[in-house]
Design a protein around this ligand. Sequence first.
Ligand SMILES: C[S@@+](CC[C@H](N)C(=O)[O-])C[C@H]1O[C@@H](n2cnc3c(N)ncnc32)[C@H](O)[C@@H]1O
Length: 304
Amino acid sequence: MEVENNNNTQLPANTSEKCPEKRKATFDDKPLEIKRLKEDCSEVETTSRPPPQSPKKRLQLDGKTQNNRTKRNKDLNFLYGNYKHYYGKRILDKDFHDIRLDVLGTQPELFRDKQLLDIGCNSGHLSIEICKKFNAKSLVGLDIDRGLVKDAQMTISSLKHLTPPGSRFPYNVKFLHGNYVLDDDVLLEIERPQFDVILCLSVTKWIHLNFCDAGLKQAFRRMFLQLRPDGKLILEPQSFDGYRRRKKISENIRENYNSIKFRPDQFPEYLLSPEVGFASMELMGIPEHCKTGFKRPIQIFKKV
Ligand SMILES: C[S@@+](CC[C@H](N)C(=O)[O-])C[C@H]1O[C@@H](n2cnc3c(N)ncnc32)[C@H](O)[C@@H]1O
């Protein structure tokens, strides 16, 4: 099956594109920042030299700065929630069972012989399990992180080596690299229905923090357009409480966080509004995860 990814396959260079009102401030303020920095430095050099410190104290201070810098740089690698070893942290069962499969398994007919899209598939662990366990016709996993997609592709290649050709699984799974958020809303006009089920699990927070309200709303409209009649969107949104901790990742994310007006508790209203068009919503269940933060409601939105 040909999958339309009329989008790009590159990580966006500057995600503030999606938040034009903020973009202006970022660029306009820069010369001022540099100027201020220069002024500060000259002041330090000429007037207020720090008091002399013992070598031990200096080392401690250096160590502290270094740690902060390392932590910030590390966070910058995960701007999109594109954690490596995500499943190692999230799945605490010794048999590596993702507890969300129990909730999805309450309606296995949703997936059987269906064509699925998994947005933000990470390294593909859950996508592969869903496709195999529920005997889907096909699954496409899409992720913004090229490295994670490569990992997922490698897993599928090794599964293929273990499976005779002619079997449906794992030959019906593919992973693509790309940003689900389109560069321009006008591209929505060429979207066509091509999936029976779209999974969007623990991804909304990251789309929201990087592409603001406009980017997330566009993604919701795209999901609707890509679903066939009677299609289902399976959504596991993060709560807004969890956004606050992430705003420290970068200045850009902090600004985006501050601009958010569209809260997760308003998602159903928007998805069911004429602007998107879903006909109904039902709560599929809440996974019995031992960590409260992962007890996220899984909702089903139906298209008529
Ligand atoms: C927290 S992980 C969730 C992984 C998986 N959906 C799950 O629930 O097990 C979020 C994933 O979404 C991906 N992601 C974030 N923004 C994205 C975007 N705009 N387009 C595609 N993938 C995105 C990240 O790279 C990351 O792998």
